[in-house]
Design a protein around this ligand. Structure first.
Ligand SMILES: C[S@@+](CC[C@H](N)C(=O)[O-])C[C@H]1O[C@@H](n2cnc3c(N)ncnc32)[C@H](O)[C@@H]1O
Length: 384
């Protein structure tokens, strides 16, 4: 089953004139226009991109999160083999469809504010269905809607038989709701009312602590490197809790206003919407944790999430001349020394300095909607 509607209840017609009339308020319109204007890249273009490894690295992080959160949900289920249902808010072009498919889900509900991205996502899903039917039937069913998760009520649009879901996922999109308290609160209310008791909310977003730290260290309006820039339009100063706006640009991918997510405020708003924090981990912490497991290491290699150094490729040699691989060079030199020198051909997996600086701007968090039993424990703890 595939459904594809725009911010309406199932069954109402999808009128494209209505689409043009519908005005987005706040920065919603800017965000939608921005993502709609990003051209889908050919495989060749993707290989030539100077952030190809960082993109793969981010995909690897998301795979690790999907895997560990799916395990957490299954750990609390009577039947651990039961396929899961997922709500993806800010689903984009469907870059995570394949990851969910590998984790045996039975249904996915996707929302996005950008109609063109959603059309790409739907067509990607249909391709997946066509391909998998050739082998052993559709991987899972899905429904897709155009909506603003910070302002629209998602529950009203979803096929009622498909909620509540086991997992809500919001990847690289959550920070847009920190435009105002009302939008952040609305987003978490949407998440909570669509989630089962015992279900999890997983999200990745820019790390405000890291961003503000780098902004202060730079001292001016902006900081960044050859692939990404963060610009506050003013030198370091006191910022509001909500609406702390900056402009983020990442080579050919994003050039859009974004908002800092002040983490203690996120935890409080999640709490008032019945969600409790399980953990928050930076991408560096997630890398350290998962790259030491054999599953994580294996997937790092298969996804080519790190670049081989030294590769001898021209592009790498050019970047090396501007100091982009000093860290990897030192690491290889130490390994060579430890192994007693010799002519062993030592190579390591790495990211260029700029790609690592961009990837390490992000953090992940997981929240749980407590079960009755969890709630009893929480209230006992509150009494202590
Ligand atoms: C950086 S992309 C991430 C896409 C996808 N989650 C991924 O990880 O590949 C951010 C997505 O969030 C969507 N988005 C931003 N604000 C939104 C909102 N208020 N409601 C729904 N979608 C939104 C954008 O249109 C875009 O597709």
């Amino acid at each position: 089953m595939t459904e594809y509607r725009r911010g309406k209840r199932p069954g109402s017609p999808d009128n494209s004139q209505d689409r043009n009339k519908r005005q987005r308020i706040g920065i919603g319109g800017v965000v939608a226009a921005h993502y709609n204007n990003i051209q889908e890249k050919s495989i060749e273009d993707r290989f030539q991109s100077s952030i190809i490894h960082m993109r793969s690295f981010n995909n690897w992080i998301k795979s690790m999160l999907i895997s560990s959160v799916s395990d957490m949900v299954r750990g609390g289920m009577w039947d651990a083999q039961e396929p899961l249902t997922v709500l993806d808010i800010g689903v984009g072009k469907g870059g995570d469809l394949g990851k969910w498919s590998k984790h045996g889900i039975k249904h996915l509900i996707g929302f996005d504010i950008a109609s063109e991205s959603l059309a790409c996502c739907k067509s990607r899903f249909q391709d997946m269905q066509r391909n998998s039917r050739r082998f052993n039937g559709p991987p899972f069913t899905a429904e897709f809607y155009e909506a603003d998760f910070t302002r629209d009520r998602l529950k009203d649009m979803i096929n009622p038989g498909n909620i509540p879901v086991d997992i809500v996922s919001c990847q690289f999109s959550f920070h847009y709701c920190f435009e105002s308290f009302a939008q952040a609160d609305h987003t978490l209310a949407n998440v909570s009312e669509c989630l089962k008791d015992g279900g999890y909310f997983m999200l990745t977003f820019p790390d405000a602590y890291n961003i503000v730290h780098r902004w202060k260290a730079a001292g001016g309006n902006e900081f960044g490197n050859r692939i990404c820039k963060v610009n506050f339009g003013q030198p370091p100063c006191q910022l509001p809790l909500f609406g702390a706006k900056y402009r983020f640009s990442l080579e050919g991918v994003v050039d859009c206003p974004e908002f800092l997510v002040y983490f203690p405020a996120l935890v409080e708003i999640a709490k008032r919407n019945g969600l409790t924090l399980v953990y928050r981990k930076t991408f560096k912490e997630l890398f350290d944790e998962h790259s030491s497991t054999s599953a994580g290491r294996g997937l790092l290699g298969r996804m080519q999430a790190l670049e081989t150094y030294p590769s001898g490729e021209r592009n790498q040699r050019n970047l090396e001349s501007i100091g982009e691989y000093e860290h990897a060079k030192r690491f290889v030199a130490n390994l060579t020394k430890e192994s007693g020198g010799g002519d062993r051909d030592i190579r390591v997996g790495t990211l260029s300095k700029s790609e690592w600086e961009a990837a390490s701007l992000y953090t992940a968090a997981v929240f749980k909607k407590p079960t009755m039993a969890d709630r009893a424990v929480l209230s006992i703890e509150d009494d202590d």
